[in-house]
Design a binder for this molecule. Structure first.
Ligand code: SF4
Ligand code: SF4
Length: 316
């Protein structure tokens, strides 16, 4: 069995600020990851500067947060090429921010989940190719030696807490920074909702354990297999998508009905949303992102590694 590759630990030298950039899309929990890290660094006696853009939260738009810590930190913004650890909660967002990473010495941690924004669907026909990024995990791993890609949502779903994917990534981040697991766990317990402490600590432990036993070569060969066999076939994503509506949580605000690009939804006589055209649903997740009450969940098949559509994407 090949040897596991542990993340390079970012040294805890106080004199030089350490730079961590966390990116994703609205609703994924980017700000929670950033907050846990910032509070932890403060508790450890570092000066911390944090800046974030989260205006698109809950709308599926880009969200990012810079966290810098050290003995003295002058600017809250990390210059291009100076990020020590880039944590991406969504694959395309990770690639978009890759130029900010110090690719020779920095660490790239990414969830391989795809969230294809509706505006990337240039052709709205069911199963049509999207304009999503083409780079595969194995290509990125070749480019960035210290990179870690995994299906964090799948891992969290197996634990029964799909929304704790961000905590799985915190576990991986913890293996790349020089703080003790107990310190991380203490801050997570303070910041997550009380009812979810146990689930989040489990997700954290799972992510940390995965990082400490990461096997780079087997991940790369799995990616090559997927590229050849599945090629990110978006037909399957549309065909296998399923919209789950929790009626008790729906307040009939009509937002999802108005914003569904395919007009799949409507309010019934009880003013509760229902699916009326499942055959049109493309699995774009717009309804899930926009529902203010988390009453909709869109289940799409997991693509464990984004081999994507390099071989057959006519839009390239
Ligand atoms: S029902 Fe939801 S996932 Fe399906 S097309 Fe409409 S907005 Fe997209
Ligand atoms: S957005 Fe949410 S609360 Fe509003 S109608 Fe749709 S499911 Fe119900």
């Amino acid at each position: 069995m090949p040897a596991a590759t542990e993340p390079a630990v970012v040294a805890r030298t106080r004199s030089v600020p350490k730079n961590v950039l966390i990116v994703g899309v609205g609703g994924q929990g980017v700000i929670m990851v950033s907050k846990v890290l910032a509070v932890l660094c403060q508790e450890q006696g570092f000066e911390v500067k944090q800046s974030e853009v989260h205006g698109m939260a809950k709308r599926g738009g880009s969200v990012f947060s810079h966290v810098r810590f050290g003995e003295q930190v002058y600017s809250p913004v990390i210059p291009r090429g100076k990020v020590d650890v880039l944590v991406a909660l969504e694959w395309a967002e990770g690639l978009r921010w890759l130029p900010y990473l110090n690719q020779r010495r920095g660490t790239f941690i990414a969830d391989t989940q795809h969230i294809i924004p509706p505006f990337a669907c240039r052709n709205r026909n069911r199963g049509a190719h999207s304009a999503y990024v083409c780079e595969s995990v194995s290509e990125v791993m070749e480019q960035v030696p210290n990179s870690f890609a995994l299906d964090a949502v799948g891992m969290a779903t197996e634990l029964g807490v799909p929304r704790a994917a961000n905590t799985v990534l915190l576990g991986i981040l913890s293996a790349a920074l020089d703080f003790s697991a107990a310190d991380w766990q203490s801050v997570i317990s303070q910041l997550v909702p009380p009812k979810t402490v146990e689930a989040n600590l489990q997700a954290f432990a799972q992510g940390r354990d995965w990082a400490l036993h990461f096997d780079r070569e087997s991940v790369k060969s799995a990616c090559v297999g997927l590229l050849r066999n599945a090629a990110g076939n978006l037909d399957n994503v549309a065909d296998l998508s399923r919209v789950e509506i929790t009626e008790a949580w729906c307040k009939g605000c009509d937002i999802c009905v108005k914003f569904c690009p395919e007009r799949c939804l409507q309010l019934n006589a009880r003013q509760v949303v229902e699916m009326v055209h499942a055959e049109r649903c493309t699995g774009c997740r717009m309804c899930e992102w926009l529902c203010p009450d988390f009453a909709i969940a869109v289940h799409t098949p997991r693509l464990p590694y984004p081999a994507t559509v390099r071989d057959n994407n006519e839009l390239r």
